[in-house]
Design a protein around this ligand. Structure first.
Ligand SMILES: *[C@@H]1O[C@H](CO)[C@@H](O)[C@H](O)[C@H]1NC(C)=O
Ligand SMILES: *[C@@H]1O[C@H](CO)[C@@H](O)[C@H](O)[C@H]1NC(C)=O
Ligand SMILES: *[C@@H]1O[C@H](CO)[C@@H](O)[C@H](O)[C@H]1NC(C)=O
Ligand SMILES: *[C@@H]1O[C@H](CO)[C@@H](O)[C@H](O)[C@H]1NC(C)=O
Ligand SMILES: *[C@@H]1O[C@H](CO)[C@@H](O)[C@H](O)[C@H]1NC(C)=O
Ligand SMILES: *[C@@H]1O[C@H](CO)[C@@H](O)[C@H](O)[C@H]1NC(C)=O
Ligand SMILES: *[C@@H]1O[C@H](CO)[C@@H](O)[C@H](O)[C@H]1NC(C)=O
Ligand SMILES: *[C@@H]1O[C@H](CO)[C@@H](O)[C@H](O)[C@H]1NC(C)=O
Ligand SMILES: *[C@@H]1O[C@H](CO)[C@@H](O)[C@H](O)[C@H]1NC(C)=O
Ligand SMILES: *[C@@H]1O[C@H](CO)[C@@H](O)[C@H](O)[C@H]1NC(C)=O
Ligand SMILES: *[C@@H]1O[C@H](CO)[C@@H](O)[C@H](O)[C@H]1NC(C)=O
Ligand SMILES: *[C@@H]1O[C@H](CO)[C@@H](O)[C@H](O)[C@H]1NC(C)=O
Length: 577
């Protein structure tokens, strides 16, 4: 043991005392790089003459003392990139990502014939990608993502036959995707999202038979998706959302994409049916077709996709009328990993399937709002204990809101407005202690507002307007200091007086109890609601208002502590104090 210990000390002593042979040319190139850098964090302090350049922080040399990698990722350096770096002719890795580098990418870097990996992502580089970079024929990885690069993508990059990853996302290029990129047969990842690219997706990209990741989200791409892309059986992530793509998806499309894990085509102008072959994409995890013009029924075998985690089909023209049409929904009960199911704004009609209660208990987001569904919400909805968002708003649902809704303890948002329910708001609403937003307006509800609301200690936004609610406004509700955005109880048949507890509403911005039957006085405590900007009390039976019609002097006195408010007390014009 002790013997080894001495050897180690001995060796390290030799290493630090015996000076390494130096190559002044390499050292000069590094110092020239440093000369354009401002390094306020001192990350390049070790780059000084007392230390051999091969020991400088971020520098790695070969045995011949030639610099083979420069890895300065996240070094907090500012400045521009010296063209003299091109003198490090043995450089294989140049990693300068996550700094504050600006200026152009020097075209001299094209002399780095051995360069294997170039990463300058997350800087503020501008200008064009130098065409000459195509001379670095050994490049396997390029990332210039997250910069301010402009100009056209050089078609010459197509000659980089060893390239595996080309990551140019989040720049502001002009022009289109050069078809020449289709020549890079070794390419596995092509990242061109949020790049300002326009024109068509070139058919030639279908030649990229090793491609696994194709990301062109958030450009201005138009035209059809070239069918050649559906023959790239290696594809795992195909993301082309937020473009202006047109056309339809061929019915057999998924038969040749057995490795597909993610298909993102949201917010385009695609139409036609969702391909029946979808069930062949057995590895699919995420499917987003939101915001297109897809029509027809959803393929009934959807539920055979065991890995499905995320489905967004919202804002299309999809239909379901018969039980047969709804098969897809029931089949989804087989998807035990399902986390998001978004079916809003389509033409789904007929009864809300009972099978909703058998969807995965992992489900976090379920929305079917703005469809034409009838029937009632089954008691079994309470099984979906992981839901944070549940919206069935703007349908034609009837029956009562099941008490089991109180089991959905993780709910943040509950939207059931604009339906045709009967009965009252279940008491169990008070079990939803994480609820932030509750929308129950215009949904046929009667009975009184449950005092259990007082337990909804996260509630910020509440709308119970346009129902048939009766009884007094519970003081427990108006004691909730979490209420901040708005409380709308207007257009009901609420009676009784306004509880003085409303002084707790210190964060509330808007309070509307207009068109009810509230009596008594306007409590002076309302003056404590310091964030209130809009207050609607009109069409009630307040004493002062009934007797004196409108005594602004009284009201403004009570509201002296609040900031500018718009008050409407059943008179035409607004009043600002
Ligand atoms: C020093 O490096 C330069 C350029 O990197 C190279 O041309 C030269 O041969 C090297 N000299 C020695 C002695 O290694
Ligand atoms: C890099 O090499 C070029 C040409 O070989 C030379 O003119 C230049 O001075 C060198 N740069 C440094 C910093 O040594
Ligand atoms: C040179 O770098 C070494 C290692 O970081 C450091 O200990 C030394 O103080 C530096 N010398 C000067 C003059 O900055
Ligand atoms: C850059 O600065 C950040 C924040 O000050 C620090 O966490 C990080 O370690 C620094 N990077 C280097 C390479 O020192
Ligand atoms: C880069 O290419 C351009 C045009 O092809 C040429 O004019 C320039 O000299 C090249 N630069 C280097 C460093 O090779
Ligand atoms: C690539 O390098 C060769 C020779 O070094 C040169 O002739 C050619 O013009 C260069 N091409 C580009 C695009 O810089
Ligand atoms: C480039 O660097 C960034 C930041 O570290 C990293 O996330 C990315 O994977 C790298 N890309 C390539 C192609 O090496
Ligand atoms: C890519 O391949 C096509 C067809 O073989 C060819 O015409 C084109 O010049 C190539 N592009 C590059 C940049 O090599
Ligand atoms: C696609 O799925 C259908 C029905 O599940 C099956 O019969 C067919 O063999 C599958 N085709 C491929 C290419 O996997
Ligand atoms: C709720 O979701 C979490 C995370 O996905 C999961 O671990 C947990 O098992 C789920 N609970 C139920 C009852 O499924
Ligand atoms: C609501 O909570 C109370 C008290 O914890 C409990 O007795 C009741 O069963 C709960 N109701 C629902 C629907 O979860
Ligand atoms: C709501 O239900 C009531 C009573 O059942 C019925 O009269 C009314 O037409 C329904 N409204 C809608 C929009 O379905």
């Amino acid at each position: 043991m002790i013997f080894f210990f001495f050897i180690i000390i001995f060796q390290s002593t030799i290493a630090s005392t015996i000076s390494l042979p130096s190559n002044t040319s390499e050292q000069h190139a590094l110092l020239s790089f440093k000369s354009l850098i401002s390094d306020s964090h001192g990350t390049l302090d070790s780059w000084n003459n007392t230390l051999h350049y091969c020991k400088w922080r971020g520098v790695t040399c070969s045995q011949q003392q030639r610099v083979i990698s420069l890895e300065l990722e996240n070094f907090n350096i500012t400045g521009s990139i010296s063209p003299h770096l091109a003198n490090l002719t043995n450089l294989r890795r140049l990693h300068l990502s996550k700094n504050h580098l600006h200026g152009h990418i020097p075209q001299e870097l094209s002399r780095l014939a051995m360069l294997d990996s170039l990463n300058m992502s997350y800087n503020s580089l501008n200008g064009e990608i130098p065409v000459n970079l195509s001379n670095c024929s050994n490049l396997r990885f390029i990332s210039l993502a997250n910069n301010m690069l402009t100009g056209a993508l050089p078609a010459e990059l197509g000659v980089l036959s060893k390239l595996q990853v080309l990551s140019l996302n989040e720049n502001t290029f002009s022009g289109g995707i050069p078809p020449d990129l289709g020549n890079i047969s070794s390419l596995t990842g092509l990242y061109l999202y949020d790049d300002g690219l326009e024109g068509r997706i070139p058919d030639a990209l279908g030649k990229l038979t090793s491609l696994k990741i194709f990301q062109v989200v958030g450009n201005n791409l138009s035209g059809e998706i070239p069918p050649s892309l559906y023959n790239i059986s290696s594809i795992q992530f195909f993301t082309a959302g937020d473009n202006q793509l047109v056309g339809s998806l061929p019915p057999s499309m998924f038969q040749t994409l057995p490795n597909l894990q993610m298909l993102i085509l949201n917010d385009n102008r695609l139409h036609g049916q969702i391909p029946v072959s979808l069930s062949n994409a057995t590895d699919i995890v995420e499917l987003d077709l939101k915001g297109n013009n897809f029509s027809g029924i959803v393929p009934s075998e959807l539920g055979s996709l065991q890995k499905l985690y995320w489905i967004n089909l919202a804002i299309n023209q999809l239909e379901a009328r018969s039980a047969e049409d709804w098969k897809f929904f029931t089949s989804l009960t087989n998807c035990s990993l399902l986390g998001t199911l978004e079916l809003s704004k389509n033409r789904f009609s007929g009864e809300l399937p009972r099978s909703i209660a058998n969807l995965s208990t992992r489900l976090d987001w379920l929305s079917m709002e703005q469809n034409q569904m009838t029937g009632s919400i089954p008691e079994g909805i309470g099984n979906l204990v992981n839901l944070t968002v549940l919206s069935l708003a703007k349908n034609r649902l009837t029956g009562s809101i099941p008490a089991s809704i109180g089991k959905l303890k993780k709910l943040h948002v509950l939207g059931l407005r604009k339906n045709n329910f009967t009965g009252s708001i279940p008491n169990s609403i008070g079990n939803l202690t994480q609820l932030i937003r509750l929308y129950l307006e215009d949904s046929g509800l009667s009975g009184s507002i449950p005092p259990s609301f007082g337990n909804c200690r996260s509630l910020s936004e509440l709308n119970l307007s346009h129902n048939d609610l009766t009884g007094a406004i519970p003081k427990e509700l108006l004691s909730l200091s979490s209420l901040s955005t708005y409380v709308d109880l207007s257009n009901n048949k609420l009676s009784g007086t306004l509880p003085a507890e409303l002084s707790s509403l210190k964060n509330l911005g808007e309070f509307d109890i207009s068109e009810n039957r509230i009596t008594g006085q306007i409590p002076s405590a309302i003056g404590d609601c310091q964030s209130l900007e809009q207050l609607f009390l009109n069409e009630n039976l307040f004493q002062e208002l009934a007797r004196e019609r409108m005594d602004m002097g009284y009201v403004t006195k009570e509201l002296h502590a609040t900031k500018a408010m718009l008050l409407r007390f059943g008179i035409e014009e607004g009043y600002t104090c």
